[in-house]
Design a protein around this ligand. Structure first.
Ligand SMILES: C[S@@+](CC[C@H](N)C(=O)[O-])C[C@H]1O[C@@H](n2cnc3c(N)ncnc32)[C@H](O)[C@@H]1O
Length: 205
């Protein structure tokens, strides 16, 4: 199955059609097989307090994010806390968007780079760093995706970092299993599923 899919892997419409042919309940294992994902390495002992360990977001939620945020090939999708690079690879394959991961755990960042190289996904990259630290340069993007990487003060700092980016261009922010902090420059846009909220930056940014 994998080699047949690999022939159409780089065409977004073909990839989406192949995924749509799979029953929703089987889509996560299908994706793991197609990407030939390794077992995730154990989370690092020194994962800073308040940082959530690796857990992949479900394909169904990512499909809701892609459709609810209207992600297209002209977008730059940034996964804040990108783990193995599964979400960045999937969103790129479904839409053609450039996709960037930002991950604090070196071993996960390394595995996601290996994945992008193996699948020849030249527009999928991963940076290593603490997304909640103002010292970490935040990649430019038009759509930011957060599957609950951290909360509280770390989350507030991240949104402070995003505000100047929202002044440069309109942002969409997808939050899974979490809400964005109250920000004057952000307003709710959609809630396509129970666990997903999508926000848009406003002109006030
Ligand atoms: C729940 S997992 C989500 C993984 C990925 N977004 C996905 O959906 O497949 C949270 C990820 O955030 C990473 N993370 C936690 N704190 C972080 C931080 N301060 N900066 C960057 N990444 C962080 C964790 O290492 C983990 O890979």
């Amino acid at each position: 199955m994998r080699s047949a899919l690999e022939r159409g892997l780089h065409d977004a419409a073909t990839f989406r059609a192949a995924l749509s042919d799979v029953a929703p309940v089987d889509r996560d294992s299908w994706l793991d097989l197609v990407l030939d994902l390794p077992e995730p390495p154990a989370d690092e002992h020194q994962l800073p307090r308040g940082c959530v360990p690796y857990l992949p977001c479900s394909v169904e939620t990512l499909l809701h994010a892609v459709d609810g945020a209207s992600i297209t090939a002209s977008d730059v999708f940034v996964d804040v806390g990108s783990g193995l690079g599964r979400a960045t690879a999937l969103v790129h394959l479904l839409t053609g968007a450039t996709a960037t991961g930002l991950e604090i755990q070196a071993c996960l960042a390394q595995e996601s780079r290996k994945l992008a190289t193996r699948l020849r996904l030249a527009r999928v990259t991963t940076l290593e760093g603490d997304a909640s630290s103002p010292a970490t340069p935040m990649p430019r993007g038009s759509v930011f995706f957060l599957y609950c990487p951290f909360s509280g003060e770390r989350l507030a700092r991240l949104f402070e970092t995003l505000e100047p980016l929202a002044r440069a261009e309109p942002l969409r922010i997808c939050c899974v299993d979490m809400a964005a902090p109250e920000c004057a420059w952000l307003s709710p846009h959609a809630a396509p599923s129970e666990n997903l909220r999508i926000y848009r930056s406003t002109k006030r940014a």
